[in-house]
Structures are given as structure tokens and as C-alpha cells.
Ligand binder design. Structure first.
Ligand code: GLC
Length: 723
């Protein structure tokens, strides 16, 4: 997390020597604030608590003036003048919204991930924010879980790269810079594996799953110098993460070498009582401090409980001082002692914001995944004259934000209707929502159907409201809500009878279970929640101004019953493709996904050939190069994404059937061909920095390259690993 200047170290020692217990506990407390007409207020507390030093950190305060006022009170009216950490969930933008992380993961582009984080940091810092509770790094293979939208998808390898990019983007080259903010890697650890995809439910994964799937993104975040980590609300095999000394002081600090601040989730310290591991706030506070939680977010347990815990000998003053030192060290590294008002001092220019929106449009267009285009319905014909734009998400600007919209104005989002009209000014665009997003009213379906008559194409915008994914938004039936399926089926019948193409665009924070729609729509796209420039981004892809290049970072199941479904699952002794009835299959559903990890079509038509690896035998410490020839047989220039997987043919521990180790992209004009080279550092074939099995065992390693994790699409070659 970077080094501390000498004078700061001295300052911190002096401060700790002068602080009362209340002032120390205040530095370990973060309370929620908001900005009202009369000025900033702190939920359940008064601004005098900042003056007295009882509150040393805030979250949820939006607006540079409000942030500055609270910072001023802390610096100029409290006894020791210690500045505040001011935190906010800047997950995918602050006032200018980019697509949420799951959608951004579809770019498979670490530079883009870092760039949007950098822009979000600049915008948030201009509002006086000093810390974001991001990146969220919970690997999830369960579309029922609402928070899948906030994370990197199903791959730990993608999660690790997203972690590094986001931490570097948020924190910049210098954490003390006025446009840098502290990143918080969350939610440590395993939250994405909640039982049955139900929010906040218990997590019980094996050590191996922890090491192979859930820890690598956090190891990468620590490696990138993340300033803070937030434990998950959940328990891990019965021990709540907020009280999990083995994971916080053990794995995170001792094994991964994390030196930063651990900040609890919202009220999580007090919720140790509900977990059943603490009798009261005193015990809850003691357990959390003992486990290594430095800041208590909102619960007040540290303020109210630690004095008694000290008296009872449940904790020692040294532990409190250790946490206070980490918090003051972070404030010093943020430059807050020298420059407490720097963040928020200068408003951003309109030109800077306009440029950021242009970036948001590009990122959103690149996040869109073209799932099917069977009849070549897309791109829309250049001279299209009549278009029916239907569905409850067609003119829903506020929903385009997705969850965790920070300070983004609901009216500042471009709807699909506005984007399509701007892109096709000469066309007659007829619009009807047809039904609501989730309400039972189907009275609008008939009117919508009439707009299908006489049109050249139908664009059907379906999916979820922004609040139907994110926190506290698990769904047992993650399909189209409300009466949308009835609307879609009626439109498909009506348009189908007139040979009119129906292009379905899905807006959601998760894969939706829609095999019937994939089967019948002329084309199907996953637009996720595209953010502030949604309408322009969707129009760019539908009209061909941008050739779709997004690839799904999470498997789309055919049925809820298949969940969890993800690439590379271990074979087992009777794999699904074994002949005969005694194989790992269902008797009432296929085992394969609707769309595999990495799936995404383009407006080109690519073929891969001649996979080869050089050298063909290597040691575990070597880096080899994998090459594959790529040709674009399609009618238009497009960008192909190629994934590099490996499979160890034998290992003491049954190896996953696919492990992701690289992604490459190549853009080719129609008819052009090229060669893609993908480096593979063999050391990577073990989990990064974790105590998995001993070094790689000599033997054959299969190299597989292709456009997705669909085994049938992969080309293979062999590498011999030698001692
Ligand atoms: C929420 C979330 C966490 C967020 C925090 C502050 O409950 O679990 O991700 O950062 O509270 O809003």
C-alpha cells in the first residue's frame, strides 16, 4: 500500500500518545451521513460528535460542499484536528455511470477497467470523497444472487485482473493526489457462494474452493496495494467473517501481507449478535477487534462496547492502538493531514465531464454481448424506415443506471428510445412499453402488438429494474419478471406471422433464464445496465456503428436447476459425456449451458486454425507462447476474442477440466487474416501467491484456444512439462 513518510510516522506516534480513549474509538468508527436542505446530518448522531472526536469517519455524504463542511468541523473544531475518511459506494461511476462490473468484465480488457475506475475516482474526489467501497471481488456462479452484478463473474482469473486494474485506477499513481481515492476490496471472502443464491445466507465452501476461486482476486488486490478490505456479512463455515481471526489476521494479513485497514460492512459488527456468536455489543466489539476489524461501520459497537470490553479484559489497549495506527496511516497516505480540503476544492469542467460520457458510451457499447443473430437480423439495415420499439425497458432512463448508482441523476441517463431516435432520425420509430417491468398489468400488450403491423423490424427491450439486482435482490426465478414473457411471446407470434424480425435486448444484472426467447428471437443481446449513455450504446450496436465485441463473463444456464453451472468443473469419474445412463447428467434437462462463459458473437465471421505452442516442452519457471491463426470470413470488420485455457492431464488433485490463463483480441477487416500470440507463464498454472498444491507436476498439459469455454469450439495442442 506504499510507504509512509517519516514525518507522518512521527505525527501518528504523537497523536496516539495524546488521544483519549474516546478519540481513539472515534477513529475506529464510521457513521452514515446525508445532505439535507439545512446542511449535512449524521444518521442518529450530531455533528458535535465530530467536534468531540467520537466520530472520525463518515460514509454516504454526497456533495463537495457538504463534505468540506464536515471535514472543516473535524479539522478546525475538534481537539486534535484529525481529518475524516469520507467513503461512498462508487462501484461503477459517481455522477457519470459506466456499466456495472459484471458488464464491464464482458470487455475482457484490463486497460478499460482501470480507465473507468480512474475516471470514477476523479469525479468522486471532486465531490470530496476520499474512499470508495470498491472493487467488489466476489466470484459468483449463481444468477439467483443479486450481487453477481457487482462482481467479476465466474472466473477467479478475471477477478484477479479486474482487482488489479480497479485498485490501480481508483488509487492512481499517488494515493495522496487530489484525484485519488482509497479502494476497498470487498467482500472478503466467499460471499458469492451464499447458500442457494440467497442474500446474506451462510457460506460453506472447501479450503480448496477458497484457494482456487474466492481468494485469488483479493490476493491480486493486495498485490496491487489496495488501501482497505471489507469483510463479508456472511459466515464462512460457521464463523462470521467480521469475527474471523483466521481469515483476517491469518490469510489476509499474515499470508497475503495486507497492511491496510479492515473496515466492517454496514452494521456487521453488531450483527455478530444475530449470527449467534456474541451475547451483546460488548462481546461483538471485542470479537471484531480481536479478529482484526479496524473500523466499525455504523453499528456504534466500538464506541459503546469497547470501553467495557477493555474493563472486562476482553481486549487490550494495544489492540485498539494498533487499529488506530492503521487508520491514521491511511489518512496520512491519502495526504489528508497536509491537504484535508484538496479533494472537492475544484469543480470539474464541462469538457472533462463530456469526455467522460464519451468514454462511458464506448465502454457500454463494448459491454453489450450479442448472444444470437441467427437470421442475420443485425445490424439493422442502413436505410430502415419503420421500427417498432417495444417493452418496459425501451423508455426507462433511470433503470439504465443499474444498482449502486452513487450520485448519478436518474434523468441524466439516455434511454433506448432517445438513442434509437438519435441514431435513425429518418426512420419512423413507434414506441410502446406493452407492460410494466414487474407488475401484473397486461392491458398494454394489445396496443403494443398493433405497432408490429407494417414495421420493418421490432426491437423488444426486456429485463429487470435497476433494483432487481444488487444487494438484497436475490431471485428464485431469475427469468423475465411480471408479464414480460407474455408480451414477448405475443410479439414473436404477431411479428413472426408477418416475417418481421424481432430483436430482443435484455437489461439485467445477471444471466436470465430465457431459453425460449433465445430460441425464437431473430437476435438476442445482453445489454446488462449500460449506464448514462445506454441508449446511444445500444443504438451503436444495433445499427452497426459499433460491431459487438462483448463476451459473457458468466455462464447462462438453461434452467435454475442447473445452478451452479460454470466452465471447467471437475470431470468426476462418470462425466456427462460418458455413454450410457450412469453418467453425470439430468434426466429432464441438458447439462450444457444456454450460453457458455466467453460466448459473444460479432458482425464478422471468424475461424481459428493451426494452434501451436513454442517451445513444446518447458519447465514450470518458463513462459511459452501459444499462437493461433485467425481469419475473418464475414462481411464487415470486427474484433474476435480468443481465450487460452489449459488442462493438466493428471495431477494429485483432480484437475479442473479447463483453467483460464489468457485472453487475446484481434480486429480484422472482412476477408483478412492474422495470427494471435498469447504468452503463458507456466508458474501461473498454480494459484497466484497461495499455498495450493506443491509446484506443478511434470507431464502433459493440454493447451486449448477458442472463442468461448464451449469445448466443441476449442482447438488444442500439447505442452510437455519437464522437471
Ligand atoms: C452495504 C454493502 C457494502 C457497502 C456498504 C456501505 O450493505 O454490503 O457492499 O459498501 O453497505 O454502503
Amino acid at each position: 500500500m506504499g510507504t509512509l513518510k517519516t514525518q507522518d510516522a512521527g505525527r501518528i506516534d504523537t497523536l496516539i500518545g495524546r488521544m483519549t480513549l474516546t478519540e481513539k474509538l472515534g477513529q475506529l468508527t464510521m457513521m452514515s451521513a446525508s445532505h439535507t436542505v439545512t446542511g449535512p446530518v449524521i444518521t442518529g448522531h450530531s455533528v458535535s460528535d465530530i467536534r468531540s472526536g467520537r466520530i472520525g469517519n463518515l460514509l454516504n455524504l454526497i456533495g463537495a460542499a457538504a463534505a468540506r463542511e464536515m471535514q472543516r468541523v473535524a479539522v478546525e473544531e475538534s481537539r486534535l484536528g484529525i481529518p475524516l475518511l469520507i467513503g461512498l459506494d462508487v462501484i461503477h461511476g459517481h455522477r457519470t455511470l459506466f456499466p456495472p462490473p459484471l458488464a464491464e468484465a464482458a470487455l475482457f480488457d484490463a486497460q478499460a477497467w482501470a480507465l473507468t475506475a480512474r475516471e470514477a475516482a476523479r469525479e468522486a474526489a471532486a465531490d470530496g470523497i476520499t474512499m470508495t467501497f470498491a472493487p467488489m471481488l466476489d466470484v459468483s456462479r449463481d444468477p439467483r444472487w443479486g450481487r453477481t452484478v457487482e462482481g467479476p463473474g465466474e472466473s477467479a482469473w478475471v477477478g484477479a485482473r479486474l482487482a488489479q486494474a480497479k485498485v490501480r485506477g481508483f488509487q492512481g499513481a499517488d494515493l495522496a493526489a487530489r484525484d485519488s481515492i482509497a479502494a476497498v476490496a470487498k467482500h472478503f471472502c466467499g460471499y458469492g457462494a451464499v447458500t442457494a443464491g440467497r442474500e446474506y445466507a451462510s457460506v460453506d465452501v472447501s479450503d480448496r474452493a477458497l484457494l482456487e476461486v474466492h481468494l485469488p482476486p483479493f490476493a491480486a488486490a493486495v498485490d496491487a496495494g489496495v488501501a482497505a478490505v471489507m469483510p463479508a456479512f456472511t459466515d464462512l463455515a460457521g464463523i462470521p467473517m467480521t469475527a474471523h481471526s483466521g481469515m483476517l489476521r491469518g490469510r489476509l494479513r499474515r499470508q497475503l501481507g495486507f497492511e491496510g485497514v479492515v473496515v466492517s460492512d454496514y452494521n456487521a459488527v453488531a450483527e455478530l449478535i444475530q449470527h449467534g456468536v456474541a451475547a451483546d455489543l460488548i462481546e461483538a466489539a471485542a470479537l471484531a477487534l480481536e479478529a482484526g476489524v479496524d473500523i466499525d461501520m455504523v453499528s456504534g459497537a466500538y464506541l459503546e462496547g469497547l470501553p467495557a470490553a477493555l474493563e472486562r479484559g476482553l481486549v487490550g489497549l494495544a489492540q485498539i492502538d494498533e487499529s488506530v495506527r492503521r487508520v491514521l496511516t491511511l489518512k496520512a497516505r491519502l495526504g489528508l493531514f497536509e491537504d484535508p480540503y484538496g479533494r472537492g476544492a475544484a469543480a470539474e469542467s464541462a469538457a472533462v465531464v463530456a469526455e467522460r460520457r464519451r468514454l462511458a458510451r464506448d465502454i457500454a457499447a463494448r459491454s453489450i454481448v450479442l448472444l444470437t443473430n441467427g437470421s442475420g437480423a443485425l445490424p439493422l439495415p442502413a436505410g430502415i424506415g419503420r421500427l417498432a420499439l417495444l417493452g418496459p425497458l425501451a423508455d426507462a432512463p433511470a433503470e439504465m443506471r443499474g444498482p449502486w448508482w452513487s450520485a448519478a441523476d436518474p434523468d441524466a441517463q439516455v434511454s433506448v428510445l432517445a438513442g434509437i431516435r438519435a441514431a435513425l432520425p429518418q426512420a419512423q420509430i413507434r414506441h410502446a412499453s406493452g407492460c410494466g417491468i414487474a407488475d401484473p398489468d397486461d392491458s398494454g400488450i394489445a396496443g403494443a402488438l398493433q405497432l408490429c403491423d407494417g414495421t420493418e423490424a421490432v426491437v423488444l427491450c426486456l429485463g429487470e429494474a435497476a433494483t432487481m439486482s444488487g444487494e438484497a435482490a436475490s431471485r428464485a426465478h431469475p427469468g423475465l419478471p411480471g408479464r414480460q414473457q407474455e408480451l414477448a411471446e405475443a410479439v414473436l407470434r404477431r411479428a413472426g406471422a408477418r416475417a418481421i424480425p424481432v430483436i430482443a435486448v435484455l437489461f439485467s444484472g445477471r444471466p436470465l433464464i430465457v431459453p425460449w426467447l433465445a430460441e425464437r428471437a431473430s437476435a438476442l443481446l445482453a445489454a446488462w445496465f449500460p449506464g448514462c449513455e445506454a441508449g446511444h450504446a445500444v443504438a451503436d450496436v444495433l445499427t452497426g456503428r459499433t460491431s459487438p465485441s462483448g463476451r459473457t463473463p458468466i455462464t447462462w444456464p438453461r434452467a435454475v436447476g442447473q445452478i451452479p453451472l460454470f466452465f471447467g468443473q471437475r470431470s468426476g469419474g462418470r462425466p456427462a459425456d460418458l455413454a450410457g445412463p450412469f453418467a453425470s447428467r439430468y434426466i429432464d434437462e441438458s447439462t450444457g449451458p444456454l450460453f457458455p462463459f466467453g460466448h459473444g458473437l460479432t458482425y464478422g465471421r471468424f475461424t481459428l486454425s493451426h494452434p501451436r505452442v513454442t517451445p513444446q516442452s518447458a519447465r514450470a519457471s518458463d513462459t511459452v507462447e501459444v499462437r493461433v491463426d485467425v481469419e475473418n470470413h464475414g462481411p464487415r470488420r470486427a474484433q474476435e476474442t480468443v481465450f487460452l485455457f489449459t488442462r493438466r492431464m493428471k495431477s494429485r488433485v483432480a484437475p479442473p477440466t479447463l483453467e483460464l490463463h489468457g485472453v487475446g483480441k484481434i480486429a480484422l477487416d472482412a476477408g483478412a487474416s492474422g495470427t494471435l500470440t498469447l504468452p503463458l507463464a507456466l508458474e501461473e498454472l498454480r494459484a497466484p501467491g497461495l499455498d495450493l498444491e506443491p509446484a506443478l507436476e511434470p507431464g502433459a498439459i493440454e493447451i486449448l484456444v477458442g472463442p468461448s469455454a464451449d469445448r466443441a469450439s476449442l482447438l488444442t495442442c500439447r505442452l510437455e512439462l519437464v522437471d
